[in-house]
Design a protein around this ligand. Structure first.
Ligand code: CMP
Length: 139
C-alpha cells in the first residue's frame, strides 16, 4: 500500500551538511520526497512535537537538541513508507542499528541520531499535519 510518513533530518545532520546524503539514502531505497522544508524549531514547538515523551528522563535533552539548529522536515511517500523509512533509519540507538542504516552510518548518539520517522499510521497522519498543510504536499 502506498503510504506517507513524516521524516525529520535533525540538527546534528544539518550542522554536518549531510542532508543530501541522507535524502539520497531514502531515494535509493524507493521513497519519494513529496513535501520538504527547512525550519528552526522553537523550544515550544519541539516540546509539542515530542509531547508523548514528556514524562521521560531524556525529554529535556531531546527538546534542547531539537531546537539547537535547523531541521529539515519532509513527507516521504512510497510502498509501505512507514516501515520502510524505519528500516532505512535503523534502530533508535545507533549502537544497536544495523550496518548500512542511516543511524549506524551517520548518527552521533541516542539523542543526536540524525533522523526521526513516524512509528505508525496514526502518528504519521498527526506528525504530517503538525508541519504541513494539504496544499504543501505535492506527490
Ligand atoms: P526519535 O525517533 O526522534 O523519537 C524520540 C527521540 O528520543 C528518539 O528519536 C531519540 O533521539 C530520543 N530517545 C529515545 N529514547 C532515548 C533514551 N533512552 N535516551 C536518550 N534519547 C532517547
Amino acid at each position: 500500500m502506498v503510504e506517507r510518513t513524516l521524516s525529520i533530518i535533525k540538527p546534528d545532520a544539518t550542522r554536518r551538511n549531510i542532508c543530501g546524503k541522507i535524502i539520497a539514502m531514502f531515494e535509493t531505497a524507493g521513497l519519494r520526497v513529496v513535501a520538504q522544508k527547512r525550519l528552526h524549531l522553537s523550544r515550544s514547538q519541539a516540546e509539542q512535537f515530542y509531547a508523548v515523551h514528556k514524562e521521560r528522563p531524556f525529554f529535556g535533552e531531546l527538546c534542547d537538541f531539537m531546537c539547537s539548529g535547523p531541521v529539515v522536515v519532509q513527507v516521504l511517500e512510497g510502498k509501505d513508507a512507514i516501515n520502510l523509512n524505519r528500516e532505512i533509519m535503523g534502530a533508535t540507538n545507533p549502537v544497536e542499528a544495523k550496518p548500512g542504516t542511516i543511524r549506524k552510518e551517520l548518527a552521533v548518539s541516542f539523542t543526536e541520531n540524525s533522523v526521526h520517522g513516524s512509528d505508525g499510521p496514526d502518528t504519521a497522519r498527526e506528525e504530517i499535519a503538525f508541519f504541513f498543510s494539504g496544499t504543501e504536499i505535492v506527490g
